[in-house]
Write a protein that binds this ligand. Structure first.
Ligand SMILES: Cc1cc2nc3c(=O)[nH]c(=O)nc-3n(C[C@H](O)[C@H](O)[C@H](O)COP(=O)(O)OP(=O)(O)OC[C@H]3O[C@@H](n4cnc5c(N)ncnc54)[C@H](O)[C@@H]3O)c2cc1C
Ligand SMILES: NC(=O)c1ccc[n+]([C@@H]2O[C@H](COP(=O)([O-])OP(=O)(O)OC[C@H]3O[C@@H](n4cnc5c(N)ncnc54)[C@H](O)[C@@H]3O)[C@@H](O)[C@H]2O)c1
Length: 455
């Protein structure tokens, strides 16, 4: 077996692995990148990119065929950025094959041994199928197959009202499918319930049936006719079934034990510096079981590059990481939700709110559903929840505020073009300061005194 020595060996060419490889090689490290499937991983091929392309096409009123052509064209347009050719051009050695550990510093692929000073596991996640009687015998779709569906489902059943379930419900309903979402617990359970309610109301108004606290106990049927039985005995029949009940870490076949890397049911165990139980092996992205987003994998890549290349003890933060749900309206969150802020700071937290119905641009465009609420502790925002048109774009301002640990006065002090949706952020900050300024006896006394002496 031939042996190749390198500085960094990256397993998985998805959002996390590609970022590590590109950053490290351009700063002078020797990098080997191993990918078993498609370059670009989940995000490009079966996740973010096709889902956002499908949502756009559906909201723009395209038909099934045009929408799927748009999905393929979008992937094809972005693919060169993640391609073998681009990475080889940067100086990375790319190996297409399945990697497995053969020792604490060694990985084997296609009969070759890669011996590396540092190894990065960025193998991502796979759809997790729940233990429901009969499910294994029913033809079910996941994110790996739904974007390649040739024909429009007449009635799409969706298990799980998380991000995948709700975005796919939105897209397929707009493409003309009947859609039923069955959620065992609460839809978008980690997000602010008041904000989630706005999204659910909009989806329901467009005809999506969403049932929460509705565990499914049995699945039966075949191609074109699938019946789900709920715990209370109700039977719901549809033509297709999408399972969107969360993810499992992609660690099968990696032989982690040979490298002394521990994994739990959530994924590879890492410390705040994203080191596994083998200190020379880092793990980033979905495989660690934390917040599963492309921008998190990319952020974590930056953290470990600092450690691997410069020996800096960089820690990964989580308090400034935003996420967004791309339904209409969108829902976005950064930092603590109201419930989390109240649990942490008790009465020390204040909530500053503004509604899209009070935003002139939203009124002009008819997009008045939704609100912003900002959780404030000692004059600093510790979280922001946005639900409304363009929430995913607008959360960037609050991500900046939390990332820089800025005061709310920084947001109150910005000047925003009129009329824009972005005014809602300044408005919420104004709501926080208004009583301090306008209901303040000292301020009033000072103004009266100054007025008596000013010429
Ligand atoms: C439908 C859907 C929509 C999504 N939308 C968004 C969104 O809008 N925004 C967002 O931020 N996130 C979104 N996500 C989540 C996002 O796709 C993931 O968080 C992100 O792709 C994780 O990146 P990663 O590098 O950890 O893993 P991946 O991108 O999955 O990459 C892992 C790579 O490792 C390879 N691999 C696995 N095992 C091996 C091995 N042993 N040897 C070699 N290669 C291996 C795989 O083939 C894969 O290419 C979405 C996910 C889904 C399912
Ligand atoms: N816009 C985005 O950024 C975006 C979009 C899609 C996916 N993602 C990422 O992908 C990951 C996976 O998404 P997901 O939606 O599959 O997972 P999820 O964890 O977000 O949601 C899964 C949902 O399924 C429910 N569930 C679990 N078992 C069930 C059962 N047996 N029957 C019915 N419901 C059940 C859960 O209660 C939960 O609400 C997410 O963590 C998210 O980070 C992000």
């Amino acid at each position: 077996m031939s042996v190749t020595k390198t500085d960094i060996c990256v397993i998985g060419a998805g959002s996390g692995g590609l970022s590590v490889a590109a950053g490290a090689v351009q700063m002078g490290a020797r990098v080997v990148l191993i990918e078993a499937g498609e370059m670009g991983g989940d995000c490009l091929n079966t996740g973010c990119v096709p889902s956002k392309a499908l949502l756009h096409a559906a909201c723009a009123g395209m038909d099934w065929q045009d929408a799927h052509d748009h999905v393929r064209a979008t992937i094809a347009a972005i693919a060169p950025h993640d391609s073998v050719e681009r990475f080889e051009g940067l100086g990375v050695r790319v190996i297409k094959g399945f990697a497995r550990f053969t020792g604490p510093r060694e990985v084997a692929v296609n009969g070759e041994t890669i011996r590396a000073r540092r190894i990065v596991i960025a193998t991502g996640s796979r759809p997790r199928l729940p233990a429901i009687a009969g499910l294994e015998d029913v033809p079910c779709l996941t994110n790996e197959t739904i974007f390649a569906l040739a024909e429009r489902p007449e009635h799409l059943l969706i298990l799980g009202a998380g991000a995948v379930g709700l975005e796919m419900a939105e897209a397929h309903r707009r493409l003309g499918c009947e859609v039923t979402v069955l959620e065992a617990a609460r839809a978008m359970g980690r997000d602010d319930p008041e904000a989630v309610a706005v999204v659910l109301a909009a989806l329901r108004a467009r005809g999506v049936r969403i049932e929460e606290d509705m565990p499914v106990v049995r699945a039966q049927g075949g191609d074109g006719r699938i019946t789900l039985t709920t715990a209370d005995g109700a039977r719901i029949t549809g033509s297709h079934l999408l399972v969107a009940t969360g993810r499992a870490p992609a660690i099968e076949g990696l032989d982690l034990d040979k490298a002394g890397v521990e994994a739990g049911s959530g994924g590879i165990v890492v410390d705040t510096r994203l080191r596994s139980t083998n200190r020379r092996i880092h793990a980033i992205g979905d495989v660690t079981g934390g917040a599963q987003f492309t921008h998190v994998a990319g952020y974590q890549a930056g953290v470990i590059i600092r450690a691997m290349l410069f020996g800096l003890p960089a820690k990964a933060r989580a308090d400034h990481i935003p996420h967004a749900l791309y339904t209409a309206p969108e829902l976005a969150q950064v930092g603590l939700t109201e419930a989390e802020a109240r649990a942490r700071y008790g009465d020390g937290v204040e909530i500053a709110r503004a509604a899209f119905s009070g935003n002139d641009r939203a009124v002009a465009t008819g997009e008045t559903a939704g609100f912003l609420k900002v959780m404030v502790h000692k004059g600093r925002p510790v979280g922001a929840t946005l639900v409304g048109a363009g929430a995913g774009e607008q959360i960037a301002l609050w991500a900046l505020a939390l990332s820089g640990r800025q005061k709310l006065s920084a947001i109150a002090g910005i000047v925003v073009p009129y009329p824009t949706m972005a005014e809602i952020s300044k408005r919420a900050a104004g709501v926080y300061f208004a009583p301090r300024l306008f209901d303040n006896k000292t301020v009033k006394r000072v103004v009266r005194a100054v007025q008596t002496i000013l010429p």
